[in-house]
Design a protein around this ligand. Structure first.
Ligand code: GLN
Ligand code: ZN
Length: 767
C-alpha cells in the first residue's frame, strides 16, 4: 500500500514561536540553552502532528534556526574565512553572524548574501566557495536531531540538499570559476555523511535536487551521473527529490540515476507522470507530490483518487505520496483562521490540512472510497463552496473579457509624453525623489496596533496617520527633495494593504510564511475575481498633496507584485488573475489623476522573481507580465508621469522586457552593482528616464556627498542628464529618521553640485 511521507514542515511555528525566540536571543534576552529548547519543542510538536496524520517517514533536517542552505554550508564546512572558523566547525553565534553579520557574541562581519530560493519568496544564504575550498563534515546537529526523532519513536527520513543543487546555488569567491571543479572534493564529505546516517540507523535519505527542473547543460547532466554513481552506499536508501516544475529534458537522467526512489511534482507538472512511469526502473520507489505545497487550496480528493487508484494497484508499496514540495511555503494551520468567511476557510488547506489530505488519500486507496465517504463528501462540499464564492463576483472577469487591444498602450510614445510631463511638473535637471516609504516609527506602529485592538477609533487612527504623513512632508521639504511622497505610514505591508481593500482578496490572521530567518510574510489570498469597490490610496495622497506645492508622487503596488506575493486561485491562469489586478489599479491611476496627482509610481519589485525556472518559458511570462503593467498604466494621460521601481539590477537578460513596460521613469537598485548595470544600459539604448539608486539603503552607513556625486557622475557616462533622476535604492520603511535625514540631505546636495556643474557647462558652451 502507498507509503506517506513529507518533504519538510514549516519551522517557524503556528504562533511564530521560533521568530520570537530567535529575536529574543539576538537581543540577549534568552540564553542559548533556552533557544535550543524552543527548537526541540517545535520539532517535537511538528513531528507529532505529522505522525498523527499518518505520515510514515518523517523528515528530519528540515528544521533550521535560520536557513537550511546555511545549515548545509555549515554541515559541509563551507565557512568563509572572515568568520574565523579555522577548522570549518561553527558554533551557533558564528552561524548567526554568517546569516546576519552579527550575533550576541563575537565580532561583526559582512553577512553572507541572501537571495531567492528558486521561484519562491523564501530567501537562502548563498554558500561562498573559496578558491582552495576544503570540505569537512560537521554533522553533530543533524545527527542529534535524528537521535531526537528516533527517541520519540519516529521512523526517520533524513533531508539533505543534494550536492549538485548545493553547488548550483553557491557562489565562487573568484567570479567565473567553474563550480563543477569543486565536485570531486565535495563528494567524499557527502559520502561520509551518508555513512554516518546509515550507522545512526537511518533507512532513507532524501536528497533535494530541485535544479533538475531547470535547463541543465550536458556537463551538469554528466556531473549528476558521476555524483550519484559515487554516492551509492549499501544499507542506506536514497530518494532523489525534485519539485517546483517538471523534469523536462532531465527526465531520462533523473529516472535512471542509481538511487532508490524519485520524487516528482505532479501539481506543477502533471504531464511528467506518464513519461516518468515509462522510464522508471521497476525497483525504484515513485514518490508523487500530489497536494500543492506552494498554495493554500484544498485538493480535489475524488479527482486524485481517480488518478491514483490504478497506480496504487500497479505499484503497491513502490508508490509514495507526499506534498509537491516542502510545506515550508505554506502557513501552518487553516483551523486558526476563524475570522474568515467559513466557506472560504473550509476551502483552505495549510500544512496541517494538507497532511490530513494525504492521510485520507491513503485510506481511500487502502480501504476503498466507502471508508472515507463522509470525508469525500465534505471535500466536495468545500470545493463547491469555493466555486460558489467565486461566482457572482465577476466584475473583474467581465472587464478583462471586454478589453480593447489598445488598453495596454499609452496614447503617445515616451518621446512625445516627456515634454508634456516636463511642462506639467516643472522639475529641475536631475530631479531628486525617494522610493515611497519613510520610517515606520514606533508611533505609527503603536497607532496601528491600538486601532487593531479597538483601543482607538477609525477617526483617531486617520488623524494619527495624517500626522505621520504631514511630518514626512515637512521633512522632505526641509531636505529640499523635488518630488515628494506621502511615506506609506498607513501601509503595514505593500501587498496586504491593497489586499485588504480589493474584492476577491482575503487576509488571514495567522497565515505566516517564512521569508528569511525570523522574517515572515502573511500573503493575502486571492480567491475570486478581483475588483476595486472604491479608491484605495487617493485620500492619503491628496491629503499629502494639499500640504505642499511640490509634486506628490502617488504610490501603488503593481499587478505582478500583488500576484507574486499573494496565494493565487488556481482555477484559472495566473495571467488572467493578473489582468484583473491590473484593471483595478488602472482605476486607481485614473482616480489619482482626477485628484490632481501628476506623478504615479507603480512598484514592480517582484517582476523578475516571477520568471519561470526554465528559460524557454521566459518569453511567455514576460509577455503577459509586461502587458499587465501597461494595462495598469496605459490609461494615464500623456502628461502624467508613470514611475516604476525594481529592487534588483540583474537586468541584462530582460532589459528589452523592462523597456517594453514603457514607464516614463524607472528607479532601480544599483548602489551595490554599478558596473553590472552599466553593461545592460550601454548595450541597450534604454528610451526612458532612469533613477539608479545612489544610496544603498540596506547598508547601515550614511553615504557622503562626494560618494553620491561620484555615483551620479558615473551614471552620466551612460545616460544623458535630461533622463537621469537621483534617488535612494529602495524604500526607507526599515530605516530610522536619524540616518534618513542626513543621507537624503547629502543626496540633495550631491544632485545640486552636479546640476550646477552641468548648467555651468551649458552656459559656458553656449557662449
Ligand atoms: N514603494 C515601496 C517602498 O518604498 C517599494 C518597496 C520595494 O521596492 N520593495 O517601501
Ligand atoms: Zn525596492
Amino acid at each position: 500500500m502507498a507509503v506517506l511521507h513529507n518533504l519538510g514542515f514549516p519551522r517557524i511555528g503556528l504562533q511564530r514561536e521560533l521568530k520570537r525566540a530567535l529575536e529574543a536571543y539576538w537581543r540577549g534576552e534568552l540564553d542559548q540553552s533556552r533557544l535550543e529548547q524552543v527548537g526541540r519543542e517545535l520539532r517535537e510538536r511538528h513531528w507529532a502532528l505529522q505522525a498523527e496524520a499518518g505520515i510514515q517517514l518523517l523528515p528530519v533536517g528540515d528544521f533550521s534556526f535560520y536557513d537550511h542552505v546555511l545549515d548545509m554550508s555549515c554541515l559541509l564546512g563551507v565557512v568563509p574565512e572572515r568568520f574565523g572558523a579555522g577548522d570549518g566547525a561553527v558554533d551557533l553565534d558564528t552561524y548567526f553572524r554568517m546569516a546576519r553579520g552579527r550575533a550576541p557574541t563575537g565580532e561583526d562581519a559582512v553577512a553572507c548574501e541572501l537571495t531567492k530560493w528558486f521561484d519562491t519568496n523564501y530567501h537562502y544564504l548563498v554558500p561562498e566557495l573559496a578558491p582552495e575550498q576544503r570540505f569537512s563534515l560537521h554533522a553533530d546537529r543533524l545527527l542529534g536531531q535524528i537521535a531526537e526523532a528516533q527517541a520519540l519513536g519516529h521512523r526517520v527520513k533524513a533531508v539533505l540538499l543534494g550536492p549538485l543543487t548545493f553547488l548550483a546555488l553557491a557562489k565562487p569567491a573568484v567570479p567565473g570559476v567553474d563550480k563543477l571543479g569543486f565536485l570531486d572534493a565535495l563528494l567524499p564529505v557527502y559520502g561520509q555523511l551518508l555513512e554516518r546516517l546509515r550507522d545512526g540507523g537511518v533507512e532513507w535519505v532524501q536528497l533535494d535536487e530541485p535544479i533538475l527542473v531547470t535547463e541543465l547543460d550536458r556537463r551538469w547532466q554528466q556531473a549528476f551521473e558521476h555524483a550519484y554513481n559515487r554516492l551509492q552506499l549499501p544499507g542506506l536508501k536514497r530518494l532523489l527529490a525534485t519539485y517546483f516544475d517538471g523534469l523536462g529534458d532531465n527526465l531520462h537522467l533523473a529516472a535512471s540515476l542509481p538511487v532508490d526512489g524519485l520524487h516528482i511534482d505532479v501539481v506543477r507538472a502533471p504531464e511528467q507522470l506518464e513519461p516518468v512511469l515509462d522510464r522508471l526502473p521497476g525497483y525504484k520507489v515513485l514518490s508523487l507530490g500530489v497536494v500543492d505545497g506552494r498554495n493554500v487550496w484544498r485538493a480535489d480528493l475524488g479527482a486524485l483518487l481517480d488518478r491514483l487508484e490504478p497506480l496504487a494497484a500497479r505499484l503497491g508499496e513502490r508508490l509514495w505520496l507526499a506534498p509537491s514540495c516542502s510545506l515550508l511555503h505554506v502557513p501552518v494551520d487553516a483551523a486558526a483562521e476563524t475570522a474568515l468567511d467559513p466557506v472560504l476557510q473550509a476551502g483552505l488547506a495549510f500544512a496541517v490540512q494538507k497532511l490530513d489530505e494525504l492521510r485520507l488519500l491513503r485510506r481511500g486507496l487502502a480501504e476503498g472510497r466507502e471508508a472515507i465517504a463522509a470525508e469525500l463528501a465534505a471535500n466536495r462540499e468545500a470545493l463547491s463552496g469555493l466555486q460558489r464564492l467565486r461566482t457572482g463576483r465577476e466584475d473583474g472577469r467581465r472587464r478583462v473579457e471586454r478589453l480593447d487591444a489598445n488598453a495596454s498602450r499609452r496614447s503617445l510614445p515616451y518621446a512625445a509624453r516627456a515634454p508634456l510631463q516636463r511642462a506639467a511638473t516643472a522639475l529641475p535637471l536631475l530631479p531628486t525623489t525617494t522610493i515611497g516609504s519613510f520610517p515606520q516609527t514606533a508611533e505609527i506602529r503603536a497607532a496601528r496596533a491600538a486601532y487593531r485592538r479597538g483601543e482607538i477609533d477609525a477617526q483617531e487612527y486617520t488623524r494619527r496617520m495624517q500626522e505621520a504623513i504631514a511630518q514626512a512632508v515637512r521633512e522632505q521639504e526641509a531636505i529640499g527633495l523635488d518630488v515628494l511622497v506621502h511615506g506609506e505610514a498607513e501601509r503595514n505591508d505593500m501587498v496586504e494593504y491593497f489586499g485588504e481593500q480589493l474584492e476577491g482578496f482575503a487576509c488571514t490572521a495567522n497565515g505566516w510564511v517564512q521569508s528569511y530567518g525570523s522574517r515572515c510574510v502573511k500573503p493575502p489570498i486571492i480567491y475570486a475575481d478581483v475588483s476595486r469597490p472604491r479608491p484605495m490610496t487617493v485620500a492619503w495622497t491628496s491629503h499629502a498633496q494639499s500640504l505642499t506645492d511640490r509634486p506628490m508622487k502617488g504610490m501603488l503596488t503593481g499587478p505582478v507584485t500583488l500576484l507574486h506575493w499573494s496565494f493565487v486561485r488556481d482555477d484559472q491562469p495566473r495571467s488572467d488573475t493578473c489582468r484583473q489586478l491590473a484593471l483595478a489599479l488602472r482605476d486607481e491611476v485614473a482616480d489619482l489623476e482626477a485628484a490632481g496627482i501628476r506623478i504615479i509610481q507603480i512598484d514592480a519589485p517582484a517582476f523578475r522573481e516571477g520568471l519561470p525556472l526554465k528559460r524557454s518559458k521566459w518569453a511567455g511570462y514576460l509577455q503577459w507580465a509586461g502587458e499587465c503593467f501597461r494595462l495598469a498604466a496605459g490609461g494615464a494621460d500623456p502628461a502624467t508621469q508613470i514611475h516604476t521601481h525594481m529592487c534588483y539590477s540583474e537586468f541584462n537578460d530582460i532589459i528589452d522586457a523592462i523597456a517594453a513596460l514603457d514607464a516614463d521613469v524607472i528607479t532601480i537598485e544599483t548602489a551595490r552593482s554599478h558596473l553590472g548595470l552599466l553593461d545592460a544600459f550601454a548595450e541597450f539604448a534604454y528610451p526612458g528616464e532612469i533613477g539608479p539608486g545612489v544610496w544603498d539603503i540596506h547598508s547601515p552607513r550614511v553615504p557622503s556627498v562626494e560618494e553620491m556625486v561620484a555615483a551620479i557622475e558615473s551614471a552620466l557616462r551612460w545616460l544623458p542628464a535630461e533622463r537621469l533622476w537621483v534617488n535612494p535604492d529602495c524604500g526607507l520603511k526599515t530605516r530610522d529618521w536619524s540616518d534618513v535625514r542626513p543621507a537624503l540631505a547629502n543626496m540633495v546636495s550631491a544632485a545640486r553640485i552636479v546640476r550646477e556643474r552641468l548648467t555651468g557647462q551649458a552656459v559656458a558652451g553656449s557662449g
